[in-house]
Design a protein around this ligand. Structure first.
Ligand code: ARG
Length: 401
């Protein structure tokens, strides 16, 4: 019996070229392709299936959308996912994609290797290999694209020569990665950081310039830091995220144009469309601001940042990540209530928040109440405020004269 390789297969140019390469150059007789649906466009999933069929692989398509929403996007909300301004859409999907490939591999009688189409410049090689290696440590991993250092035109030529089905038009101008949590567009002229993103790169969002003139007001309900309802209607995370992508996208919310530091130290120019992520994280932060103590908020910002760095690196089962989540999840017990937002021409603005756990007392904060708190009691505390700073100021004056 010939050797078997399990290829993590998106159906795009890189991974499609891997199929004949794995046969011809690496000597695998049996190529198993696994395509994991985390909310990429329908055509990507069907194209992958068709190409796999033409190329004669043993193909599996796994619908992981609901699991992605529940176990990956929701934790991202709870940690206010933010790496340098990027809500981590591509990053958090990789561990799940790899773990689904492993699930398939474990069902096969024989697996001699895993393969993936990541290049040597990006982050995905780290994320995917980490997860494959963690779950099936004894199976070697092959990265034909990285190992052979092929350029895009060499790939196209190689594919053509072997009658490998690719449609070039959609694959040549921009490099796109899409899932439920966001859409990333890079490459082509966008590689010039000074080149303004043309309107044609956006698919999920209206231009804020042509978005509706009437704002849309919506209310999100959270329980345990999890968004559970929209305008009072209970919704599962998957449906809610899908719906918010559309709704907020129509109002031009969630466009991000940034310079990002990749894991290997390269800077890259990225454009993202993340309407649902933007709305959910904005709302979640607003609720945390209402229910968390000041020091807790400050500490959580640090925990969130460390969490985002680990998630960016694809270290989904890291011990530090687990410990951070113990803290983050403890805080979420009180992140319950509603947040009202206004979507309007590219912005998602919080206009109201309410929680039974609010560390807020209207009569204490009010300018119009004198029963809850006697202001005159503050005189002593104010006098003591900044004592060392006042002393320092006197000394500085003395020494400079
Ligand atoms: N830089 C992002 C990340 O590493 C997204 C990369 C997506 N890839 C693409 N071809 N657009 O998570």
């Amino acid at each position: 019996m010939g050797k078997t390789v399990v290829l993590v297969y998106s159906g795009g140019l890189d991974t499609t070229v891997c199929i004949p390469l794995l046969r011809e150059e690496y000597g695998f007789e049996h190529v198993v392709t696994v395509t994991v649906d985390v909310g990429q466009p329908r055509e990507d999933i069907t194209d992958a299936g068709e190409r796999a069929k033409i190329l004669g692989t043993e193909h599996y398509a796994v619908d992981a959308r609901a699991e992605f929403a529940r176990d990956y996007c929701v934790p991202a909300v709870r940690a206010n996912a933010d790496y340098q301004g990027y809500p981590l859409s591509t990053a958090i999907a990789r561990p799940l994609i790899a773990s689904k490939a492993v699930e398939i591999a474990q069902r096969l009688r024989r697996v001699d290797a895993f393969a993936h189409g990541c290049t040597g410049k990006g982050n995905d090689q780290f994320r995917i290999e980490f997860m494959l290696r963690t779950l099936m440590p004894n199976v070697p991993i092959i990265a034909p694209m990285r190992e052979r250092n092929m350029t895009r035109s060499e790939e196209i030529e190689y594919a053509r020569a072997r009658g490998v089905p690719i449609h070039q038009s959609s694959e040549k101008i921009w490099s796109i990665d899409e899932n439920l949590w966001g859409r990333s567009i890079e490459g082509g002229r966008l590689e010039d950081p000074n080149y303004a993103p043309p309107e044609e790169i956006f698919q999920w969002t209206q231009s804020p310039l042509s978005a509706p003139d009437t704002p849309h007001i919506l209310t999100l309900t959270f329980e345990n830091g999890i968004p559970v309802a929209l305008d009072g209607q209970p919704m599962e995370p998957f449906a809610l995220i899908q719906h918010l992508n559309e709704l907020a996208g129509q109002h031009g919310v969630g466009r991000i144009d940034m310079i990002e530091d990749r894991m290997i130290g390269l800077k890259v120019r990225e454009n993202y469309e993340c309407p649902a992520a933007t709305v959910l994280i904005t709302a979640h932060r607003a609720l945390e601001a209402l229910v968390c103590a000041r020091d807790e908020l400050r500490f959580k910002a640090q925990a969130d940042r460390a969490w985002a760095e680990l998630a960016y690196a694809g270290l989904w089962v890291d011990p530090f990540k687990e410990s951070l989540e113990a803290f983050i999840n403890k805080v979420q017990e009180r992140v319950a209530g509603t947040v009202t937002l206004r979507l309007f021409k590219g912005s998602a603005v919080v206009i109201g928040r309410q929680s039974d756990w609010a560390l807020y007392d209207e009569s204490l904060a009010s300018f119009d109440d004198k029963t809850a708190f006697d202001q005159s009691e503050m005189s002593g505390a104010v006098k003591a405020h900044g004592m060392p700073a006042r002393l320092y100021y006197q000394l500085k004056r003395k020494h400079s004269s």
